[in-house]
Design a protein around this ligand. Structure first.
Ligand code: IPE
Ligand code: IPE
Ligand code: MG
Length: 250
């Protein structure tokens, strides 16, 4: 199946989402509710990541994208930011060989230049190690912002076409950080908020949105099944009428 842009062509609609993108929110509130420090929620959140990676691979999802740290999360107290960085290092350390053994490719996207060198080289090593794996691609968005992504892509596009003044979507798309993946079919946000928080601003144009009050550390295989079931009941029209769709499928 080739990757199509949802705005320039009507894409195929897979029964099981090929690409699921998740805002893993609610770790802090999960911990606070239990009178625990916020970091306990982040630690527990890593277990939920493991569960969801496994469940997605078993369901035949090809791309799973996880928002781990936004370009705005630097605004948090320094202590929480540094704990999150340490957690990122330990999780990479522990999980990469498991991902590799399961034929899963790991990608980390975002402005990685702001991370310390040790973390940057661990990320590069993990990506190298898993680069040829084919079962599923897990993308972790770290120091990622949808606006950052669009701006960096514009910079590269302009440099690739010196002197040009008119540009098309097709010229921009290959420079976006996740150009290797189709646009997400299903977006999930846990934790009760109903907003995009500067996640994949460009790529979510026609993605089906699913919001749940479940805090991320409590998100289970059953929660994922519920989100996929909801997706399977949607009518993805991409601008057309319901009657046109019925005609196509009859
Ligand atoms: C999401 O959980 C994890 C990150 C943003 C790193 P939060 O830490 O935002 O949890 P809440 O929203 O405060 O409960
Ligand atoms: C979005 O969650 C970012 C991640 C989950 C990494 P936030 O908790 O930072 O979002 P806001 O601040 O509530 O919009
Ligand atoms: Mg939050």
């Amino acid at each position: 199946m080739k990757y199509t842009s949802s705005t320039t062509e009507v894409p195929d609609v897979p029964a099981v989402p090929r690409h699921i993108a998740i805002i893993m929110d609610g770790n802090g509130r999960w911990a606070t509710k239990r009178f625990l420090p916020r970091v306990a929620g982040h630690v527990k959140g890593v277990d939920a990541v493991r569960t969801v990676v496994e469940a997605c691979a078993r369901s035949g999802v090809e791309y799973l994208t996880l928002f781990a740290f936004s370009s705005e999360n630097w605004r948090r107290p320094e202590e929480e930011v540094s704990l999150l960085m340490r957690l990122f290092v330990t999780a990479l350390d522990r999980e990469v060989s498991k991902l590799h053994a399961n034929n899963i490719r790991l990608k980390v996207v975002g402005d990685l230049s702001r991370f310390d060198e040790k973390l940057q080289s661990m990320i590069a090593a993990a990506e190298r190690k898993t680069a040829n794996n084919t079962r599923m691609t897990v993308t972790v968005c770290a120091n990622y912002g949808g606006r950052w992504d669009i701006m960096q892509a514009i910079g590269k596009m302009v440099a690739a076409h010196p002197g040009a003044h008119d540009f098309s979507e097709e010229q921009l798309a290959p420079h976006l950080a996740m150009a290797y993946a189709p646009e997400p079919d299903l977006f999930i946000r846990t934790g009760g908020e109903q907003r995009i928080s500067n996640f994949l601003m460009w790529q979510l144009a026609y993605t089906e949105l699913f919001f749940t009050d479940t805090y991320w550390p409590d998100f289970s295989k059953e929660s994922l099944d519920e989100a996929i079931a909801s997706y399977q009941h949607r009518e993805r029209r991409f601008g057309r009428t319901g009657a046109q769709l019925a005609e196509k499928t009859s």
